[in-house]
Design a protein around this ligand. Structure first.
Ligand SMILES: NC(=O)c1ccc[n+]([C@@H]2O[C@H](COP(=O)([O-])OP(=O)(O)OC[C@H]3O[C@@H](n4cnc5c(N)ncnc54)[C@H](OP(=O)(O)O)[C@@H]3O)[C@@H](O)[C@H]2O)c1
Length: 555
């Protein structure tokens, strides 16, 4: 007795041509009862289909052919008299029917048949209730009967489907392998005629077993049927044409993310985000500098097929270097190998976009429709997140000030950022904050405070907060205690820190940042051409997530 076992062929290369059968191949665990020896839906194979198969034989020169046995008896088909079978035999092509052997079917179907018996008993019992006119919907036994009948029905359906497809397809594939083993050749080709509904399952098994495959569907066209009025008309004057349709299975190209990071170690955060977003491979490059990147991009690009999903991601703490890397990556990408480039050093673009969009969201809860013309104090704003937040704010028309302990640095940086933000933007100011008084002077007139200093550094005390006039929105993105704003909780969302001062915490920002980054990864793999995903797109995505089409500020 054979046991189901699927193993790849050794020292042989097999290709199967899956050919759609002329009619659907019906199969069920129990054979339908024949009345007067006639099966209602008995199909005869047409001459046209036979010619079509002959054409395929000419084209593919198969070494063997198999056919899904369905509900047929083996003896009937293996018969030499059978015209269809003789097509193969005449050409010296090995032919077999494949399916589940009787003994295996009996074995695996017995639990299902028991359940079917039980299901019948439940149905009979329910019928009896109905006949006796005793159907009361409050009757507990009746309720139980109907619930169990439904459960058994679902179970039977599920198990039968499993046998019809998964189990049967595995047995059929074993039949294919058995036949291929008998053929003393290295390259073997087989025709596999089966129902189209089995294509997916068989292709899956073929991939697992290293078997090449091609799919051929059929299109049947009847010509002249509309003019025909009688049976004889149809038989004499109509023409049945069977045309092959080659189903091209698109080979799936792996999604590759090249991750260029300026830091000593690539950020595991972004590596994980890449995998979570569905990339098959994330290749991290640490300590990356702009002068090294061109060659890497060329190698990555020219070794792939045109259109294969390749995305470049630029991260790291060194925003200036990341900018240069991004420029060189974009310059290196040439037609027709265009790919997307995501720029998000230290998560700055996605985090800054989340900060601005969340601020707008909370402002709207206080009937403030826009942050244009608002004063925004960006504490610790010389870091990557602070810089991009300042650019977005100034492009929206807000008056943004970045604060720092370093006087010259902050002045120069503010000027550079103003230039980057563009001519139409509001100038960005650089403010030195060393003492509590400096901080007070900066934030007292601010409508909005974004605390974006180094993780674990408190920028503003509760004492200082209490001295401030009300009507402020405060965002703190530092998730490492002590938080940037004393009294802020990471989960705060429009919570009052002190009367009139409303807080948004790091987790609330983080959740939106995560969604933005995921969406951007997804968009980057789908994008056509050379597309840049920086804060411009990140801010658009953030607004779309929070407000849909309602408000959209284009930078
Ligand atoms: N919630 C989220 O989803 C999320 C996402 C990304 C990042 N983050 C957080 O965002 C914050 C900003 O990140 P980043 O990479 O832009 O920041 P960063 O570069 O680590 O620091 C920003 C600035 O903080 C200032 N700073 C450092 N030590 C200080 C101290 N002892 N006292 C006062 N200021 C000090 C520095 O400015 P000066 O030297 O110029 O004074 C520095 O430029 C971090 O807390 C990070 O953890 C949160």
């Amino acid at each position: 007795m054979q046991v189901l076992e699927l193993k790849p062929l050794k020292n042989k290369k097999l290709k199967i041509i899956l050919v759609e059968s002329e009619f659907p191949v019906d199969w069920s665990v129990q054979k339908p009862k024949q009345e007067n020896g006639i099966i209602d839906d008995l199909y005869f194979i047409s001459r046209e289909y036979m010619d079509f198969i002959k054409g395929l034989i000419k084209q593919y020169q198969p070494d063997f052919a198999v056919e899904d046995k369905g509900l047929r008896e083996s003896e009937a088909m293996a018969d030499d008299e059978d015209e269809f079978v003789s097509i193969f035999k005449r050409e010296g092509i090995l032919y077999n029917m494949v399916g589940i052997p009787e003994y295996a079917l009996n074995h695996i179907s017995s639990p299902l048949l028991n359940k079917k018996e039980l299901l019948k008993k439940f149905s009979d019992e329910i019928e009896k209730y109905k006949e006796m006119g005793r159907v009361h919907y409050n009757d507990l036994r009746f309720q139980q009967l109907t619930v169990w009948r439904q459960y058994l029905k679902d179970e039977c359906k599920l198990e039968e489907e499993e046998m019809k497809f998964k189990v049967r397809e595995s047995w059929m594939m074993m039949g294919v392998l058995e036949l291929a083993k008998k053929i003393d050749k290295y390259n073997i080709t087989g025709l596999f005629i089966c129902d189209k509904r089995n294509f997916d399952g068989i292709v899956f098994l073929a991939d697992e077993l290293n078997i090449q495959h091609e799919l051929v569907s059929v299109k049947k066209v009847v010509k002249g049927l509309t003019e025909a009025n009688s049976i004889d008309d149809v038989l004499k004057s109509t023409v049945l044409e069977i045309m092959p349709i080659k189903v091209k299975k698109r080979e799936r190209e792996e999604k590759i993310l090249h991750f260029f990071d300026t830091d000593d170690y690539c950020s595991p955060f972004d590596i994980n985000m890449g995998y979570d977003a569905g990339f098959d491979i994330v290749i991290p490059y640490s300590k990356m500098t702009a002068d090294q990147v061109t060659k890497l991009v060329q190698d990555a690009m020219f070794s792939r097929k045109v259109g294969a999903p390749t995305v470049y991601f630029i991260g790291g703490s060194n925003v200036e270097e990341a900018d240069k890397i991004a420029k060189n990556v974009l310059d290196a990408i040439v037609s027709p190998f265009e790919s997307s480039v995501i720029i998000d050093p230290r998560g700055a673009h996605t985090t800054a976009s989340a900060i601005v969009a969340k601020t707008i969201e909370v402002a709207r809860l206080h009937y403030i429709e826009t942050i244009r013309n608002k004063n925004i104090a960006i504490l610790g704003g010389t870091g990557p997140v602070g810089q991009i937040s300042a650019i977005i704010a100034s492009q929206i028309g807000a008056s943004a000030s970045i604060s720092s302990r370093r006087e010259d640095h902050v002045t120069n940086l503010a000027n550079d950022l103003t230039i980057k933000a563009g001519k139409k933007s509001e100038p960005i100011k650089g403010i030195v904050t060393k003492t509590e008084e400096d901080y007070y002077n900066l934030v007292k007139d601010a409508d909005i405070i974004w605390s974006v200093g180094k993780a674990g550094v408190q920028m503003i005390s509760k004492k200082l907060l209490k001295q401030l006039p009300p009507n402020k929105i405060v965002v703190d993105i530092n998730l490492v205690p002590p938080y940037g704003i004393e009294g802020m909780k990471p989960n705060f969302y429009n919570d009052e820190l002190i009367p009139g001062i409303f807080g948004i915490g790091a987790l609330d920002i983080g959740r939106l940042k995560y969604k933005i980054e995921s969406k951007i990864f997804e968009m980057a793999t789908m994008a056509k051409g050379k597309k840049i995903f920086d804060y411009n797109i990140a801010f658009e995505v953030a607004q779309e997530i929070l407000f849909g089409e309602e408000i959209k500020i284009m930078l």
